[in-house]
Design a protein around this ligand. Structure first.
Ligand code: DQA
Length: 146
């Protein structure tokens, strides 16, 4: 069975209590459960990683080269700063879905640029928890070649 790597970046471990007016009350466990269930319905397994450290995220992304078919990533604030995470994603040559809970384009100008969007197959922004499920379904479609 093919596997997805789910990557959540810095501060996403605090989901549920962090700025609930922006990110809602959804927890990281809720995100991982939704992704696992949605992936299972598509015949896909999931490995979930969250880290507050850029290098750990890069190691996890590099590891996807071994045994994953696609990556769902919310890089958190590294979205707007990390050429290194972009390069790691490119090196995998895997289809990428970028997810943001909030609509980054309705927020501060420094959040408007993403180092990931132009290398992603799928970008889902501002749909909260549901964005992760939609990203999984769309990646499954890409993997089916449909
Ligand atoms: C975020 C948006 C980023 O700008 C922010 O730094 C995050 C979360 C989102 O999911 O909306 O940590 O990626």
């Amino acid at each position: 069975m093919s596997r997805l790597l789910l990557v959540n970046g810095p501060n996403l471990n605090l989901l549920g209590t962090r700025e609930p007016d922006v990110y809602g009350t959804t927890t990281l466990a809720d995100v991982e459960q939704l992704v696992t269930e949605t992936a299972a319905a598509e015949g896909l397994q999931v490995r979930a990683v969250q880290s507050n450290h850029e290098g750990e995220l890069i190691d996890a992304i590099q590891g996807a080269r071994e045994d994953c078919a696609a990556i769902v990533i919310n890089p958190g604030a590294y979205t707007h700063t990390s050429v290194a995470i972009r390069d790691a994603l490119l090196a995998t040559e895997l289809p990428i879905a970028e997810v943001h809970l909030s609509n980054i384009h309705r927020r501060e100008p420094f959040r408007h640029h993403s180092y990931v969007s132009d290398i992603a197959e799928v970008v889902v922004i501002g749909a909260g928890l549901h964005g992760y499920g939609y990203a999984v379904q769309q990646l499954a479609r890409v993997l089916r070649g449909a």
